[in-house]
Design a protein around this ligand. Structure first.
Ligand SMILES: Cc1cc2nc3c(=O)[nH]c(=O)nc-3n(C[C@H](O)[C@H](O)[C@H](O)COP(=O)(O)OP(=O)(O)OC[C@H]3O[C@@H](n4cnc5c(N)ncnc54)[C@H](O)[C@@H]3O)c2cc1C
Length: 389
């Protein structure tokens, strides 16, 4: 067995893990190791697609402040990678009157954080975005910074920049065991053993498989989600310049994006998939979810509909409160865990920064007090699950 030593290691080089590798490499260069079980850019996890929504619109001031910092982190990567990544389209959040999520849940935190917003009734919204067909009871919140994080390109930029700083990033290199050895951590892959001072686990749907080596388990729900790309005949109407990213907050949540990456409009249901594991998931689209999405569009966004150009399946991994986990493990202080709770891509670079600060300094300037690994709900027997946000 070949042994080698690094100060910092990351397991998983998806959207968040590649961000962690980059931010660690900015400070520790060649002392950084990243391990990915599949090929880089694979589509078996949660981070490979043309686009992910980035937004400031969130339901607590803490999230809003974190979202602000996520734009700063991407801007630093864009500069270093010499590539423009984030595409601003504006963002619309829709709130049906009497729905489970009142507009104020979003407008108040944004206002308290000094973020400019517009609240529009259905008539005003349809005047500005005639693609929408809204009933009178629909109120919209518009926030100008909403946009697209081009997921696959962001991941590739993180990997490129991490390697440019000297990091060793290995693909098709599955971690098979994790062993605490004194103050160090040993990670075993095939014929190799790597000795590390600090390890970051960024493994999303595979998180508990890795934590099992440390006798730890976190209550996580994994669902197989899917997105549909519809070849609308009105492509221009859905260009990024004319159609903002959007989220519909109701008993069933839907979301979508302008034409980006494919000549089609992307629409999906949030938490619309069946519960699976990272190993039991399939790549078969669920016709019932597709039907729900198409019914929604026929009601509220009819001109987006066209032939289904393609669908993609993907995994959501959610703690019961759907809040992130950004912390060291209580009983293993040199093992850190980062989990995006199925809304983490927009934060991928910022999480990289935060995890690098926790690994190197043991602390971060960002307020992550909500995202502790030992918060009570994570050690409850049957925690109540709240995935709508
Ligand atoms: C359909 C869909 C739409 C979404 N939309 C948005 C959105 O609009 N905005 C947003 O912010 N977020 C969104 N999200 C959530 C976001 O994409 C995820 O939170 C984020 O991508 C998670 O990144 P990750 O790196 O933790 O996970 P992953 O990309 O899944 O990476 C985990 C990696 O760990 C690797 N790994 C696991 N076990 C091992 C092992 N033993 N050895 C080595 N490697 C291992 C895996 O192979 C994988 O590459 C969406 C998610 C889905 C599924």
């Amino acid at each position: 067995m070949k042994r080698s030593e690094y100060r910092y290691g990351v397991i998983g080089l998806g959207g968040i893990g590649s961000g962690v590798a980059y931010w660690l490499a900015r400070r520790a260069g060649e002392n950084v190791l990243g391990l990915e079980q599949f090929e880089l850019g694979h589509d078996r996890g949660a981070s490979e697609d043309h686009s992910r929504i980035i937004r400031l619109a969130y339901h607590t001031p803490q999230y809003v402040e974190l979202a602000k910092s996520s734009y700063d982190a991407w801007a630093i990567l864009e500069q270093e990678a010499e590539e423009e990544l984030i595409v601003t389209t504006g963002g619309l959040d829709f709130f049906p009157a009497g729905g489970p999520i009142p507009l104020e849940d979003y407008s108040e935190p944004l206002i308290s954080c000094g973020v400019p917003i517009e609240v529009l009734d259905s008539t005003e919204t349809m005047k500005r975005w005639p693609q929408w067909q809204l009933t009178d009871d629909i109120v919209a919140l518009y926030q100008a910074a909403g946009g697209i994080a081009p997921a696959a390109r962001c991941n590739a930029a993180h990997v490129r920049a991490a390697r440019a700083h000297g990091a060793t990033l290995l693909e098709r290199c599955a971690v098979e065991a994790i062993r605490p050895i004194g103050d160090a951590i040993e990670v075993v892959t095939g014929d190799d053993i790597y000795r590390l001072e600090k390890l970051v686990i960024a493994a999303d749907s595979w998180t508990n498989e890795l934590l099992a080596h440390l006798g730890v388990e976190i209550p996580l729900t994994i669902t197989q989600e899917q997105v549909g790309y519809y070849a609308t005949p009105h492509l221009d109407d859905f260009s990024p310049e004319r159609f903002p990213v959007w989220i519909w907050h109701d008993a069933s949540d839907y979301y979508g994006m302008p034409v980006f990456g494919e000549r089609a409009v992307k629409v999906a249901q949030d938490v619309g998939g069946d519960e699976v594991t990272a190993r039991s998931r399939t790549f078969e689209p669920n016709p019932d979810t597709l039907q729900r999405v198409e019914d929604f569009c026929r009601s509220f966004l009819p001109s987006a509909m066209g032939p289904l150009a393609s669908t993609k399946t993907c995994l959501y991994t959610m703690p019961p409160d759907r809040d992130f986990i950004l912390d060291a493990l209580p009983d293993h202080p040199n093992v850190l865990i980062t989990l995006g709770a199925a809304h983490g891509f927009k934060f991928a670079s910022l999480f990289g920064k935060i995890m690098s600060e926790l690994a190197i300094e043991g602390d971060t300037e960002h307020d992550i007090s909500l995202f502790k690994a030992d918060r009570p709900i994570l050690s409850m027997e049957n925690p109540p699950k709240t995935f709508t946000m």
